[in-house]
Design a protein around this ligand. Structure first.
Ligand SMILES: *[C@@H]1O[C@H](CO)[C@@H](O)[C@H](O)[C@H]1NC(C)=O
Length: 503
């Protein structure tokens, strides 16, 4: 059989088609799983960020005045393929004129209902192994800061999870130690013992870390970025190393050209800080100068936990103890109530769990939610508030609310009309040498006891002041709670929530 030229050409075309089809399919197979992976990734996990190099992440800037396009431009000038992600809460307005480059992405974190989930997830756009958090107003010059940071990061591996380079002309970076106790709703900053290996920084810096570490934080993009980052990293035991030999210049003009814009920016910063602490459940911040900031309840806010069921407040189920603002309010209320009782001649004593706390560590038990005082029933007429209470509640001139409890024959003094943290006053009377009362709760510590514990009452340190307590308080609390109760702390209702040893 002879092949014509046409037949030859046809065969060649068929073979060529087959080859194209084969490679085309292979190519598609390579692309398809990626697409599938994207779908999964968007709903579950960050990308595998395996590309070598660093992505610039700019998270914090003000819509009304920023230098983000200039910052991005300076990085692109140094390296035209520099990946950059700008993450904004909502679409910036006025619009942000970012340099157009396939490597620069503006990611709006607020999901839009017609977009796939990954569109609002910056982790999808960060494909590199490392990410550098860059504040607004920072430039990069020809001195290759990012490359050097990366080298230093690799050199500090094992010692530091993050490296930080200062920014010229801004306040120098301070190395701080940060201790976060979620259990106690508290973040405590102190001057670091080391000058360059710290758990938090004060001041602005470019921070470089592994993308995998960054996006594995619970809220990587929460603002203010540096407060949020160091709270989360210190909970993981990470350290940041300050690189003193590398620094970034700032953009030509200073940020915020008018005092009005500065004022707006300061207000935003303050609000986002308060929101961050609320979101993270941090209610007390102790600064490095030992000043305290409170983000918790006050006389004007509701008590920061709801109705208590089974003697187990909600925070115990979150592995937390009483918020420190509540303990503070309880101490204040107790000290105030005691001063009124003392000045009006009502004999009182620390009762129940309150006495137990005083015996253990001269304070309210760290997970307790109210304070109990015993009083002599016959002394009630001596106190104008208790005497007049039958007709409803009394708000005194300090804003405390005195009322007869609806649950039984006892009195309750609330921190304020809004905030119902309270001290309970339990009236007892002697009968044949035994202190008794008419209504009882189902608490096992709510029992009669010999009057000799009250003769005499003895001073005891409690919550920063001196209160009166039964003599031989050890026998008294052991009579009520059982032997060894001072040495063996337990939550109020172990059937519902047990105090784990070591926690
Ligand atoms: C993410 O964090 C958790 C704990 O915070 C850790 O157990 C896990 O190994 C981390 N994953 C990666 C990929 O680093």
């Amino acid at each position: 059989m002879r092949c014509t030229f046409c037949q030859w050409a046809l065969s060649l075309a068929i073979v060529a088609n087959l080859v194209i089809l084969y490679y085309g399919t292979k190519l598609q197979q390579r692309v398809l799983p990626r697409h599938r992976e994207l779908g999964r990734l968007s709903s579950q996990r960050p990308s595998n960020n395996s590309v070598p190099g660093v992505t610039i992440l700019i998270r914090e800037f003000e819509d009304f005045e920023n230098y983000v396009p200039e910052v991005v431009q300076s990085f692109l000038k140094n390296n035209p393929t520099q990946p950059v992600v700008v993450a904004a809460d909502i679409l910036p307005y006025p619009p942000m004129q970012l340099p157009s480059s396939p490597h620069v992405h503006l990611v709006v974190l607020k999901p839009s209902p017609e977009q796939p989930a990954y569109a609002s997830r910056p982790e999808y756009y960060v494909q590199t192994e490392y990410v550098a958090l860059v504040p607004d107003g920072v430039r990069v010059d020809a001195t290759k800061q990012l490359e050097k940071m990366l080298e230093e990061y690799k050199a500090s591996r094992g010692q530091a999870h993050m490296v930080a380079a200062p920014i010229e002309s801004l306040i120098p970076l301070h190395c701080l130690d940060l201790m976060v106790s979620l259990k106690e709703w508290t973040a405590t900053y102190s001057m670091a013992t080391s000058s360059n290996l710290c758990s938090a920084l004060r001041g602005e810096a470019v921070i470089l870390l592994q993308t995998r570490d960054f996006f594995n934080l619970s809220s990587p993009l929460a603002k203010p970025l540096s407060s949020s980052l160091f709270i989360q990293s210190s909970l993981r035991g990470w350290k940041v190393r300050i690189l003193e030999d590398i620094s970034f210049p700032s953009t030509q003009q200073p940020l915020f050209t008018s005092s009005h814009n500065q004022w707006k920016a300061d207000n935003h910063a303050k609000a986002s800080r308060a929101q961050l602490f609320r979101d993270f459940g941090i209610r007390r911040v102790v600064m490095e100068d030992e000043k305290q900031q409170w983000y918790g309840c006050s006389k004007e806010t509701l008590r920061c936990f709801g109705t208590v069921h089974d003697d187990t407040p909600d925070y115990l189920y979150q592995d937390r103890w009483t918020p420190p603002c509540c303990l503070k309010a309880l101490r204040e209320t107790t000290s105030y109530v005691i001063s009124i009782l003392e000045s009006s001649g009502v004999r009182y004593w620390l009762e129940g769990g309150t006495l137990l706390g005083a015996a253990r560590h001269q304070d309210i038990i760290p997970w307790d939610y109210d304070v109990d005082l015993g009083i002599y029933l016959e002394d009630i007429p001596n106190c104008e508030f208790l005497r007049n209470i039958e007709s409803g509640s009394i708000v005194d001139e300090k804003g405390y609310v005195w009322e007869k409890a609806i649950e039984g024959d006892f009195f309750r003094v609330q921190y304020s009309e809004t905030n119902h943290l309270h001290v309970d006053l339990w009236p007892f009377y002697p009968r044949n040498g035994i202190m008794t009362k008419n209504t009882w709760t189902d608490h096992k510590q709510d029992v009669e006891f010999p009057e000799h514990f009250l003769k005499p009452l003895v001073p005891m340190s409690f919550a920063g002041f001196t209160a009166l307590a039964p003599n031989d308080y050890r026998s008294f609390v052991e009579l009520k709670f059982g032997e060894g109760v001072i040495e063996n702390p337990e939550y109020p209702n172990p059937a519902f929530r047990k105090l784990r040893s070591g926690s």
